[in-house]
Design a protein. Structure first.
Length: 299
């Protein structure tokens, strides 16, 4: 077949075919009048080159596969050099994935501590936690770490525990200097772990569900939920929507606006009780547990 027909049948360009020829991958015969004439196998060779380069191999790295096909081998019966190319390509991809993951984690860490007060439609007030008692939760819907949408106006019947914390760190990811020196910022990871360890007891004492809430991003909180194997979901609110709609208190320090640490007991859509201040985040779940046991409705 001529070059134009091969380009059409293989879905490539004449320019690409010239390049493959210059590398010795797809070599035509010359007719008496000087035209290039390709054997039928050339179509398979070109298709193979295109498929492998689409998978990330360079054109030169396709050579062992092309030579195997040209020698009459089936695609599943490639030579040892071809198998080595596969392994090398996979190793290279794994290295790139590791590098990209590290870059993503570093960016997520920075995103998690960005000051969101620059948003023109966000008006924050310090807020008095005691004023939250009796308020109905607003219809603010966000996706939690378990992939489900959480509408705070429709949490469901019974008591819901929502522990609100400023932020948590992540192993191996450097956070801005002095971040964890912010008053009230430490203890988020330990608090989440303590609620995990006492999750069953909280449900047994009358809590219908438990959520953790902070201004950190979804991806950042998904990592924490996976690392700690949390039995309850975390809810990201990087735009501080509950601070605006409900009046959850925040504080600003070191160029960041974060939620003040507190815990809400929400009963049938309204705030029944507020725990604040929380001097010992790592053991706060015990405080909530004692309150639930004292306030349990007799059956």
């Amino acid at each position: 077949m001529r070059v134009g027909e091969l380009a059409r049948r293989s879905g490539t360009t004449i320019r690409a075919l010239r390049y493959y020829e210059s590398l010795g991958l797809v070599v035509p015969r010359r007719t008496a009048n000087g035209y290039r004439e390709y054997d039928p196998v050339a179509e398979r060779l070109v298709v193979q080159i295109r498929e492998l380069t689409a998978l990330g191999l360079s054109v030169e790295e396709t050579r062992p596969f092309v030579e195997s096909l040209a020698a009459g081998a089936e695609e599943s019966d490639v030579c040892a050099a071809a198998l080595a190319t596969y392994r090398s390509a996979i190793s290279g991809l794994q290295s790139r994935i590791g590098q990209l993951t590290a870059q993503r984690d570093a960016l997520e860490a920075r995103l998690a501590v960005v000051n969101v007060t620059g948003s023109p439609d966000l008006a924050l007030a310090p807020g008095d936690p005691a004023d939250l008692v009796g308020r109905a939760l607003p219809s603010v819907s966000v996706f939690a770490t378990n992939g489900e949408a959480v509408d705070f106006a429709a949490l469901g019947p019974g008591r819901t525990i929502v522990f609100v914390y400023p932020l948590t760190g992540r192993p191996g990811v450097d956070l801005p200097d002095g971040l964890l020196e912010i008053p009230g910022a430490r203890g988020g990871t330990e608090q989440a772990r303590w609620f995990r360890d006492h999750h069953g007891e909280l449900l047994g004492a009358g809590a219908a569900r438990v959520y953790g809430l902070s201004a950190q991003s979804l991806t950042y909180q998904q990592e924490l939920a996976h690392r700690l194997r949390l039995p309850y979901p975390l809810v990201p609110d990087p735009r501080l929507m509950l601070a605006t709609a409900l009046g959850l208190p925040t504080f600003t320090a070191a160029g960041m606006t974060l939620y003040r640490r507190l815990t809400l007991v929400v009963t049938d859509g309204r705030v029944e009780h507020v725990f604040h201040p929380i001097p010992a985040p790592s053991t706060h779940a015990n405080e909530v547990l004692r309150w639930l046991n004292r306030s349990r409705t007799p059956r």
